[in-house]
Design a protein around this ligand. Structure first.
Ligand code: ADE
Length: 248
C-alpha cells in the first residue's frame, strides 16, 4: 500500500523537488510513497484564473481566496488523510506529528503563497496548522517538503535496518552525540580516544555524557524537559547525520 501525499500548490513543479533524490527518491521509485501536486491555479476564477485578492482591513500583500482553495480541496479524495497547512502561525511541528502522519494513509498539504490563506477556509476544512520553525518562508512548499521528508524516512522499508536501529536506540529527548570517522587524526585533531577503544560500555557511557553536555549547552528547553522526565523524542529520531548537521 502506497503512502500518498498530495500537495495543493501554485507551483506544482516544486514537487517532488529534493524528495526525488536520495532516500526519499528511491522510495518514490519503489512505490513506497507517491506525491501528486495539484495546481490550485486550475481552480482560479475567470479568464486570468485569479486565486488571490487584497486583505479586508487593508495591509500589505495578497490573500488566497477561500472559494478557490475550497474548490481545490473539494476535488481531492482525502481518503482518511489529514489536511495540513504549513504556516508560521501554526503550532510547532513535532516528531510525534510526523510519526502520526507516517502511520496513516498519507497527508494532503495545502501550500500557501502570498500573505496566506483566508482564515474561513482553514476553519471550515479543519486544516491542521503547523509551523516548522520561528522564521518566515516565502511559501508553504518548502515547509511541505520538510514535512514529507520527515514522514517518508519513517515509512517501512525506506531505511535500511542499520539506520532504523539507530532510531530505536535514541528515544530519550537528548540531542545526538558527536560523530567521527576516519582518519583518526585529521588536521591536528584527534578522535576521542574512547571511541577507538572497542569498549562498548565505555563508548555508550561517553556518548550519553556527550549527549547530555550538548543538550544542556544548546537546548535548555530540551534539557529541562529531559530532567523533568517529560522529554520528547525529537532529535534522536532524525538519524545520526541530520543531527550532526543540525548541531554543527
Ligand atoms: N510558511 C512560511 N513560513 C513557514 C514556517 N515557518 N513554517 C511552516 N510554514 C511556513
Amino acid at each position: 500500500m502506497t503512502w500518498q501525499a498530495t500537495a495543493l500548490t501554485l507551483f506544482p513543479d516544486m514537487f517532488p523537488g529534493t524528495l526525488g533524490h536520495s532516500l526519499a527518491g528511491r522510495a518514490l521509485e519503489r512505490g513506497i510513497w507517491s506525491v501528486e501536486a495539484r495546481d490550485m491555479r486550475d481552480y482560479g476564477l475567470g479568464r486570468h484564473r485569479v486565486v488571490d485578492d487584497t486583505p479586508f482591513g487593508g495591509g500589505a500583500g495578497m490573500v488566497m481566496r477561500p472559494d478557490v482553495v475550497a474548490s481545490a480541496i473539494a476535488d481531492i479524495d482525502l481518503a482518511g488523510r489529514p489536511l495540513v497547512y504549513p504556516t508560521p502561525r501554526g503550532r510547532r511541528l513535532m516528531q510525534a506529528d510526523i510519526r502520526r502522519y507516517a502511520a496513516g494513509p498519507g497527508v494532503v498539504v495545502l501550500c500557501g503563497r502570498y500573505e496566506g490563506v483566508d482564515e474561513r477556509v482553514l476553519e471550515a476544512s479543519g486544516a491542521e496548522q503547523v509551523s516548522i520553525g520561528d522564521y518566515v518562508l516565502s511559501g508553504g512548499e518548502v515547509a511541505a517538503t520538510v514535512l514529507l521528508d520527515a514522514c517518508v524516512r519513517l515509512l517501512p522499508g525506506v531505511m535500511g535496518s542499520g539506520e532504523s536501529a539507530v532510531e530505536e536506540s535514541f528515544s530519550d529527548g537528548l540531542l545526538e552525540y558527536p560523530l567521527y570517522t576516519k582518519p583518526a587524526q585529521w588536521d591536528g585533531r584527534d578522535v576521542p580516544e574512547v571511541l577507538l577503544s572497542g569498549h562498548h560500555a565505555a563508548i555508550a557511557k561517553w556518548r550519553r555524557a556527550a549527549s547530555e553536555t550538548v543538550t544542556q549547552a544548546r537546548r535548555p528547553d530540551l534539557w529541562a524537559a529531559y530532567q523533568a522526565g517529560t522529554g520528547q523524542d525529537i532529535s534522536r529520531t532524525a538519524g545520526p547525520r541530520a543531527d550532526a548537521d543540525r548541531l554543527n
